[in-house]
Design a protein around this ligand. Structure first.
Ligand code: GLN
Length: 181
């Protein structure tokens, strides 16, 4: 989804994986893809644009029909049913509550080694930039990674919510997980 944010980085990673990927920002685009990445950026801005450009309903409909969606960082916020302490337009597709900027401000961005359920090999080097976290995950959401009590990767059926930025590191295992959906 190319309304705003770092969609270019996602496009290049998908390209490297041999996936035919292109930016979409209107109804026609959304109806053509068979999977969607919602990038990091500003969830408030993206939510407003989604609503203004009439994309919210078609994305919700396609998701309900089974289209896989990977939401990273701000994209994860948009997938949530609820955001703590703030009213903003959301897609509201996953049974999760998120807290924005849960680790602090821009200068509190960091990298860490993350153990991810179901991912083979060494820990995943995850990049967090003003990252949100999931504070409540209700069934049928499956928690795949946590930092202390903060959920940073979760899956609900065809939907994958990721608090960090897999598009900014070389490790493509999160994309493989997504493409497997
Ligand atoms: N804090 C931003 C938001 O909630 C997300 C930051 C990011 O996507 N890197 O919209």
């Amino acid at each position: 989804m190319a309304l705003q944010g770092d969609f270019q980085e996602h496009l290049s990673t998908l390209g490297r994986l041999g996936v035919e990927a292109f930016p979409v920002k209107d109804e026609e685009g959304i109806s053509k893809v068979n999977a969607l990445v919602i990038p990091g950026g500003e969830s408030t801005t993206m939510g407003i644009l989604l609503t203004r450009w009439g994309l919210r309903e078609i994305i919700r409909e396609r998701a309900r029909e089974g289209m896989p969606i990977l939401g990273t960082c701000a994209g994860m916020v948009l997938l949530a049913k609820q955001v703590e302490n703030i009213e903003q337009p959301l897609l509201g597709l996953m049974n999760i509550t998120v807290r924005r900027n849960a680790f602090g401000r821009q200068r509190d961005s960091f990298e860490c080694e993350l153990d991810i359920k179901g991912l083979e090999g060494p820990p995943f080097k995850a990049v967090f930039i003003r990252a949100p976290v999931i504070t409540v995950a209700a069934p049928p959401v499956e928690v795949l990674a946590k930092i202390d009590d903060k959920i940073v990767l979760a899956k609900e059926g065809n939907l994958l919510a990721c608090a960090f930025h897999p598009e900014l590191t070389e490790d493509t295992r999160i994309y493989r997980l997504f493409l497997g959906l």
